[in-house]
Write a protein that binds this ligand. Structure first.
Ligand code: ADP
Length: 464
């Protein structure tokens, strides 16, 4: 298997012609019967280019391309560029061509199958940005699954190899792929896992983080949790659904199938496999967005169940509210852009140290900024500002929406309270959960608003 560590680049004109390409991509183009200056002939890459041209946004996804003697697994990031498409390819991996498309060959033809287990992605600070179930039998996410913002090392205890080395550390330092890093899950039974991953670069060559797989480590004795897991989802279902069991049931019975429905609906809507009648593509978009809404509701219900438990606890970490505010703004940037709403985060050089649990603070801010986006008019602006004193650090989210009347301001923190709204956008749980979390961290959420004047939500947290 050949792996090209560098980024490979290609550019495609608006009409689909390949204008420039690094040698391995050009070789694929030739094997597919094309040449430089002719239409991009590698179907999987041409589909990505078409998608970028049609949607006018950046697309980042795994692609498998078939060559004459070998197949290539790669990760493609493609963005609109001067009327055409600029492609940057990382993790180019060649492997012998799959034989006739049997079930196994088909399985191999997907990225998820190029390694077992589930898929994770982290930012350059090694905090999770994404995790997805894999397609193989070991593809289920661990329980509890990592959430956006959680440190990689809070999920995994990294184990040295026989020489006492950690493969992952050397790879990170050199920005190279790594394989077979032994680790164990910190929670949920401490199962042994094998990690592999590769660096992600943006089109300018800057490191965006790492993406990889976590697969069961069969070489290491690990506690067998399958019986337990079966028991939790067993047909009898006689045991009470508490704590971890509840969350595991949610994953098995709702999150996983729903995740598949959303992913499939998304790819139908994006017409990756060819054009569709516009109304069908529209249905698929509706299915994906209803699925996302349901998924958010499931997450809220799982949170509700966790925070209402007597043993609910939060970690005490040093967090920088300015940094978390910038991340929340980044996470919601695309949704805001859809509505032409501008989010103005704290400046890069601002800092506002506080004590709280990073992922919970991020969750609160994503909720507050998400509400600000949802309830503000198109073309308006949202500000995130930090301030504080010795005892307390604060971050405020201010919007130009309809605001909330004084006599309603307490009610919005109640469970399922939506102030009479019946749009499909929310569950009425966000502020209830956010305030419970803020109070569990020794802080609070307050609101200042008058009808027609926008809303200002402030999260305060202790500084020590
Ligand atoms: P959801 O947004 O899912 O309905 P929340 O608990 O987050 O639930 O919010 C409760 C209600 O408070 C919302 O339904 C909305 O009526 C009101 N609300 C929240 N944030 C804002 C805001 N920024 N501007 C106006 N109204 C808001």
């Amino acid at each position: 298997m050949n792996a090209h560590p560098a980024i490979l680049r290609a550019s495609v004109a608006a009409d689909g012609r390949l204008i420039s390409a690094d040698a391995p991509i050009l070789a694929l183009q030739r094997e597919a019967g094309g040449a430089l200056g002719e239409m991009l002939a590698v179907p999987a890459l041409a589909a990505v280019a078409r998608l970028v041209t049609r949607l006018g946004i950046m697309v980042s996804r795994p692609v498998v391309a078939a060559g004459l003697t070998h197949d290539v697994d790669m990760w493609v990031r493609a963005r609109p560029d001067a009327g055409g498409v600029a492609m940057a390819i990382v993790d180019w991996r060649e492997r012998p061509a799959a034989g006739p498309m049997g079930e196994e060959a088909e399985r191999q033809a997907s990225f998820a199958a190029s390694a077992e287990g589930w898929i994770w992605q982290v930012d350059p600070a090694m905090r999770f940005t994404l995790c997805l179930p894999g397609e193989g039998p070991d593809g289920a996410l661990p329980d509890p699954a990592p959430v956006a913002g959680m440190a990689f090392t809070r999920m995994f205890t990294l184990l040295p190899d026989a020489d006492g080395d950690l493969a992952i550390l050397g790879a990170f330092a050199r920005r190279q792929p790594f394989e077979r890093q032994h680790a164990s899950l910190r929670q949920g039974g401490g199962a042994a896992v094998l990690l592999s991953g590769f660096p992600l670069f943006d089109a300018m060559g800057r490191l965006m983080g790492y993406r990889g797989h976590a697969a069961p480590d069969r070489g290491h004795a690990a506690p067998d949790r399958s019986d337990e897991a079966e028991a939790a989802t067993g047909a009898e279902g006689a045991e009470p659904m508490v704590g971890v069991d509840f969350s595991r049931r949610l994953d098995r019975s709702l999150r996983l199938p729903l995740g598949r429905i959303i992913a499939n609906a998304d790819s139908i809507a994006a017409q990756m496999d060819g054009p569709l009648r516009p109304d069908y593509a529209g249905y698929a978009t509706d299915i994906a967005s209803a699925g996302r809404h349901l998924m958010a509701l499931i997450d809220d219900l799982a949170d509700l169940q966790a925070i209402d438990r007597p043993d609910f606890a939060v970690a005490r970490e040093e967090v920088d509210l300015a940094d978390v505010a910038r991340r929340a703004a980044g996470l919601l940037g695309v949704r805001a852009l859809d509505r032409k709403i501008r989010i103005d985060p704290p400046d890069m050089d601002e800092a506002m140290p506080a004590i709280g649990e990073f992922r919970r603070v991020l969750q609160i801010l994503v909720n507050l900024v998400g509400n600000a986006v949802r309830y503000s008019p198109d073309g308006s602006q949202i500000w995130l500002r930090v301030d504080g004193d010795e005892a307390e650090a604060r971050v405020t989210v201010a919007d130009q929406g309809p605001g909330i009347a004084a006599d309603m301001q307490d009610r919005i923190f109640d469970k399922f309270e939506r102030l009479g709204r019946d749009d499909a956008g929310g569950s009425g749980l966000g502020l209830y959960i956010s305030r419970r979390l803020a109070r569990a961290m020794g802080g609070d959420i307050s609101i200042e608003s008058a009808p027609g004047q926008g809303a200002r939500f402030t999260l305060s947290l202790p500084t020590g």
